[in-house]
Design a protein around this ligand. Structure first.
Ligand SMILES: Cc1cc2nc3c(=O)[nH]c(=O)nc-3n(C[C@H](O)[C@H](O)[C@H](O)COP(=O)(O)O)c2cc1C
Length: 145
């Protein structure tokens, strides 16, 4: 089984809603999902996953503090994570300037992005839901390549 870790922080539920859609898409593509809050995510969780998805609200054009801690800790295991499929996703209020720094953080810990950062203005709906589903399938497909 291909295990995808989906970890995120969400204060008002929008990023969490994205995480749920992503989890369903991963399962539909034949993957196994481990869901964690950002606060509970450890380097052991990252090491155990075949692919890693990290979600955060856009806070001041950057990932939330709890999510940033995942990257601060993961730098020490970058060599182990190198080349592993990764995806970042974010809910924002209309600015969406989180995209570039979030993608850079993912790459900084060795992850290989399977798609650009998936963005949702507030709660996911319409085309954004389709985009999240596609990204979930791409994550599972990229495992083992
Ligand atoms: C402290 C704080 C900072 C924020 N900064 C931004 C921002 O820079 N750009 C933006 O588009 N939205 C910003 N927002 C809006 C949130 O990103 C948006 O409401 C998001 O959907 C919240 O996600 P959540 O429901 O998962 O907590 C901010 C919200 C908060 C609480």
């Amino acid at each position: 089984m291909s295990t995808v870790l989906i970890c995120c922080y969400s204060k008002s539920g929008n990023t969490q809603a994205m995480a749920h859609i992503l989890a369903d898409a991963v399962k539909a593509a034949g993957g196994d999902v481990v869901s964690k809050s950002a606060q509970d995510t450890t380097n052991d969780d990252l090491k155990a996953a075949d692919a890693i998805a990290i979600g955060s609200p856009d806070y001041f054009s950057y990932p939330a503090g709890y999510v940033k801690v995942i990257f601060d800790e993961a730098l020490s295991i970058k060599s182990l994570l190198s080349g592993r499929p990764g995806l970042c996703f974010s809910s924002h209020g209309g600015g969406a300037r989180i995209k570039k720094p979030f993608e850079e953080l993912m790459k900084s810990i060795g992850l290989k992005l399977v798609a650009p950062c998936v963005l949702s203005q507030e709660a996911p709906a319409g085309e954004t839901v389709d985009e999240i589903r596609k990204a979930g399938a791409a994550l599972v497909k990229a495992i083992g390549k």
